[in-house]
Each structure stands twice: as C-alpha cells, then as structure tokens.
Write a protein that binds this ligand. Structure first.
Ligand SMILES: Nc1nc2c(ncn2[C@@H]2O[C@H](COP(=O)(O)OP(=O)(O)OP(=O)(O)O)[C@@H](O)[C@H]2O)c(=O)[nH]1
Ligand SMILES: [Mg+2]
Length: 270
C-alpha cells in the first residue's frame, strides 16, 4: 500500500508515555538537526511547551554550515548547538542544567525529538557514560526509560514523527536520516531524486557532491535521474548488463548525505 508517513506503533506508545510523565519533569530538551531546525522540530512540543520549559539543542552542528547555525541560535530562545562526535557544546549545556537543579534532588528532564537526531547520544554525553543505545538508523530507541547520573535524572524517548504530516514531509525528513525512505512510496530512488532536485534548487548540488569528484559539466543539473545514474556509476551500483541499480544508488547517496560523508550544508535558514 502507498504510504506517505512512517508511524510505527512504538511512536504512538512513546507519545502517550511522555504525556503521562510530563508533570513529573522540571524541563524538556528538544533535539533538532542543526541542518534543518525547522523541519526537524518535534510535533509533541507545541503541546508540551505550555506545560514545561524547553531548551532547544541543535545537534550534528559539525554537519551544518556554522554561519547559518549562528543565525538559528539567535532566533531560537534557550538554544544550544552541539557536535557530539567531538564533544563540543555539551559542557555549557550541562552547566546551565545543573544551575537549575533543585538542592534536595536531581533535575528531572526528558530528551525528546524526531528520530535519529541524536537524543540518546546527547543523553549519554550529559549522563557522562554510555547508557542509552545509539544507532545510525531511525527508530533505535523504542521505549521511554530513565537514566540517572551527575545530578540529572534523564528520560530517553523514541523519536516521534507527526502521523498527520502532508505527503512528502517524511520523505524530506528521510534525507537527514529521520524517517525511513524505504517504507515510503517510491523508496530510496524517489527520495534521492527529490533531494537532488532540492539541492539543485538551492544551488547546493555541486557543493554537496564535490567530494565525489563527479564531472557534472556535461549534465543538465535539472535532470535528477541522470545525476542519480552518474552517482550510481561512481559508487559501482550496477546490475548485469551495466545498468545502474538506482534504488541502491539512492540508498547510498541518502546514507552518505545523512551521515555527513558529503560536504556539510544547511538546508534551512531562519
Ligand atoms: N556527525 C554527528 N553525528 C551525530 C551527532 N549526534 C548524533 N550523531 C549520530 O546520529 C545517529 C543517531 O544518534 P542517536 O543518539 O541514536 O539518535 P536518536 O535521536 O536517539 O535516534 P532514535 O532513538 O532512533 O530516535 C548516530 O549515528 C550518531 O552517531 C553529532 O553531533 N554529529
Ligand atoms: Mg535514541
């Protein structure tokens, strides 16, 4: 059946659990991807921010344009940029959290956000040890769990998407690894073609692909299928007879883009 959203049962369950425990928390950390802080904001926060204070963490700042991340930090209240791969930006966040800790008990907080933005990795950085499971595919954390260390009692939660998103929204989130392109209509190929079109419309395609040393001079950059075919040849995604397996090429291109193996770019400005 054609699907335009990815919303497995653990997302609905996780949302209900978080709603049940929200009153027990002192504050919420919302993690968003620094490359697209608008599109990667959590659908739960509209309701929860009326109940508890929210700090916004822009994760994966190493994969975003630093000048654009600065603009986002100016725009978003109580916001922090972190690069968890190199442990940058976490100590300031930790200091600010501990300044809010009640004298007689731990500070209680929950890390929330859409899938694969780095919630569990941030929790581990704050708690000071690897406690929560981290992984490069969306949907690694499937339940709500508490972790305690360093004066913090932190809830890790599953990445939760909006089940009522317009068609195309989850596909665009798959570019950043936040949704599963493979279970959406058109699969990896369709998502990769849309990403190529989008990057081209923002004049970012040449920049993003520069590491792969592709000769794009003779290509019409609007012909996204030809570009995907070229990427597939460069990556050796061939089937018998020498044709390109465009589904595999799409997957490899999306994986490389999402995980920052290509040139870092920001997709959204404030
Ligand atoms: N380059 C880079 N990668 C990061 C950063 N933070 C997290 N990652 C990577 O992002 C991926 C997802 O991290 P997780 O912490 O599992 O993300 P999550 O939000 O808990 O994901 P779910 O549990 O699936 O919702 C992993 O491959 C991490 O290594 C960062 O600051 N920079
Ligand atoms: Mg997780």
């Amino acid at each position: 059946m054609a699907r335009t959203v990815w919303y497995p049962g653990h997302m609905a369950r996780g949302g209900r659990k978080l709603a049940e425990l929200i009153e027990k928390l002192d504050l919420i950390i919302e993690v968003r991807d620094a490359r697209a802080p608008f599109s990667t904001s959590s659908p739960l926060l509209a309701k929860f921010k009326k109940i508890r204070p929210v700090l916004s963490v822009l994760s994966k700042s190493d994969l975003a344009d630093p000048d654009i991340t600065k603009l986002w930090l100016d725009k978003l209240e109580n916001s922090y940029a972190v690069n968890l791969k190199q442990d940058k930006g976490v100590s300031k966040l930790k200091r600010d959290l501990l300044a809010r800790k009640p004298a007689h008990r731990e500070l209680r907080l929950a890390v929330m956000g859409i899938p694969n933005v780095g919630k569990s990795m941030l929790l581990n950085a704050l708690a000071g040890k690897a406690q929560a499971q981290v992984g490069g595919i969306p949907g690694v954390t499937r339940s709500v769990s508490w972790y305690k260390n360093n004066g913090l009692l932190i809830v890790d939660s599953p990445g939760i998407l909006d089940p009522h998103s317009e068609p195309g929204v989850h596909q665009a989130l798959s570019w950043l690894g936040c949704a599963r392109a493979d279970i959406l209509t058109g699969g990896f190929e369709a998502a990769a073609l849309e990403l190529i079109n989008y990057l081209n419309s923002k004049n970012l395609l040449n920049k993003v692909l520069s590491k792969w040393d592709l000769d794009l001079n003779n290509f019409n950059l609007n012909a996204s299928y030809e570009i995907l075919d070229l990427i597939g040849r460069r990556l050796g995604c061939l089937i018998s007879g020498g044709a390109v397996n465009t589904e595999l090429a799409g997957k490899r291109f999306l994986d490389a883009f999402a995980s920052g193996k290509l040139t870092p770019v920001s997709l959204e400005t404030p």
